[in-house]
Design a protein around this ligand. Structure first.
Ligand SMILES: NC(=O)c1ccc[n+]([C@@H]2O[C@H](COP(=O)([O-])OP(=O)(O)OC[C@H]3O[C@@H](n4cnc5c(N)ncnc54)[C@H](OP(=O)(O)O)[C@@H]3O)[C@@H](O)[C@H]2O)c1
Length: 329
């Protein structure tokens, strides 16, 4: 099993290597891929060193799987070339997510849609993955009408350049910036680029990807995405209106029973999810479960997950594991 990791030198790519290693993914050959400037660099994996190669070289090596985390343009251009060479691509960019020909997969929710014919599979956006992990079991039970979500997103979601910006600001250095404003001691109501409708792309991803993953266009999501100077993961304040009424005790049980979710919800002991504890973990953490007192059938919650793990690398590796288990490669 040859596995190419495209974007191996990046923020997501380096976590991808860690997750493949930790989960003992049965690869026989790792093919780390990055831009031309990184070709020849050495990448450590499972006690061995592998040399970074170009995209062209990687395609010619015909890997069984290629996991892409190298931006949308790279995916648009290169994923079809890998697919034509017989490789199954799992793509972390937004390039293929809303394309009706491609599946958008969170394994706990809809891996059953996958077939041998799927050569380019899309990994959802990081903030969508953690939101949907909590929404899915509740939608199945109470049917969601509308979701209002505000995100508090980690700078690691903007890649190595953003982490560098924060470090430079800590050190008082004026260098190239990933954001239009300082991020240290700040909150930017601006994740990804603005669209003509006044929302950012990140906000519209939450709206559109939710409908596609749940396979239900009736679920309405409105989002505000905020970038904050945090590294451990993304947090989300979520208000959900259901068709049916619920009991918070049942909600807690439904969420606890869902694979990949850990409920941390005990106000008496100050127990609630936080990014410093989510960092490096694969689970999605849910807490602050409480009824919205302002209208019927409505719940408030707080969701935290490591955007580089379940929001990106872990979800992609889980897709690869599923394909392998089901003999779909
Ligand atoms: N960060 C997150 O939480 C997150 C979550 C979900 C999805 N994603 C997506 O994952 C992708 C990567 O994000 P990131 O945060 O890891 O960014 P990053 O830290 O900036 O890393 C980008 C990676 O892509 C490589 N790359 C850039 N241009 C390339 C090209 N033309 N050909 C080959 N390789 C190229 C870079 O190689 P060099 O080192 O050689 O430049 C680097 O390995 C993006 O599409 C992003 O939207 C990110």
């Amino acid at each position: 099993m040859k596995v190419a990791v495209v974007g191996a030198t990046g923020m997501v790519g380096s976590v991808m290597l860690k997750v493949l290693e930790e989960r003992n993914f049965p690869l026989t050959e790792l093919i780390p891929v990055a831009s031309e400037k990184s070709v020849g660099k050495k990448i450590a994996y499972n006690g061995k060193e592998f040399e970074v190669v170009s995209l062209e070289t990687a395609v010619s090596m015909k890997p069984e799987v290629a996991i892409f985390s190298a931006g949308g343009d790279t995916s648009l251009e290169w994923a079809p070339k890998f697919a034509s060479a017989g490789t199954t691509v799992i793509d972390n960019s937004s390039a293929w997510r809303m394309n009706p020909k491609h599946k958008l997969v969170i394994p706990e929710i809809n891996a059953n849609l996958l077939s041998k014919e799927d050569r380019i599979i899309a990994n959802p956006n990081c903030s969508t993955i953690q939101l949907l992990m909590a929404l899915k079991p509740l939608h199945d039970t109470y049917k969601i009408k509308r979701v209002v979500v505000s995100t508090y997103q980690s700078i690691t979601g903007t890649g190595v350049k953003a982490v560098q910006q924060l470090e430079n600001e800590y050190a008082g250095k004026k260098e190239e910036m990933a954001y239009p404003y300082p991020i240290h001691k700040n909150a930017l109501p601006h994740c990804d680029v603005f669209q003509d409708n006044g929302y950012t792309k990140e906000e519209m991803k939450l709206t559109n990807e939710t409908k596609k993953i749940l396979g239900d266009d009736s679920v309405n999501v409105t989002a505000t995405a905020i970038r904050i100077p945090v590294v451990g993961g993304h947090s989300e304040s979520v208000n959900i209106e259901f068709e049916k009424d619920f009991d918070v005790v049942d909600v807690r049980k439904i969420l606890s029973d869902f694979p990949g979710i850990t409920v941390q919800d005990n106000p008496e002991l100050n127990t609630y999810p936080m990014p410093i504890y989510a960092e490096g973990k694969d689970d999605v953490f849910v807490g602050r479960l409480r009824r919205d007192l302002s209208q019927p059938n409505t719940l408030n919650m707080w969701i935290v997950a490591d955007n580089l793990r379940k929001g990106a690398a872990t979800n992609a590796v889980q897709i690869a594991e599923y394909l392998l288990e089901q003999k779909l490669l």
